[in-house]
Design a protein around this ligand. Sequence first.
Ligand SMILES: [Zn+2]
Length: 161
Amino acid sequence: MPGSLQAWYSLRDLEALADRETVLSGEVELAELNRLSPLVHVDEGRRVAMLLSFSRTPEARVLMGLSFQVTVSLVCQRCLDAVEYPLDETVEWLVAESELPAASVSNQLELLELGNDRLRPADLLEDELIVSLPLVPRHASIDACGTLAQNLKRVLSTQDS
Ligand SMILES: [Zn+2]
């Protein structure tokens, strides 16, 4: 079965993907991500590119890596204009049925306990997108900001003198 990012996978399915060192890639429309879309300005057709790869660690555990790239449009908290914010992240997990001894999970890895649950790659992607959004989005410098912040800067500098 060629994998789908919208399908549900059990631990057994993921183990089979890891044995075949499968790489799933595709694009998901931001508008389809219901938990993320209220947090960003969603233009029609804006997509996030994702790559999900599976392999086995030397201890035969399932290693899953997720990479994604998208530029989201957020509201700058300084000038309230739109600010384009590129997200480009890679996260890796050890997927296991239950908790593993801490020593077997290295620092760079997160543990994903699946148990009898199933995993949908598009949901995982959405979780990671949400946590990678900046808490206070802003233009890189005040000079890149819109007129509101520029005017405020001018007013404040006049008061100083
Ligand atoms: Zn701004």
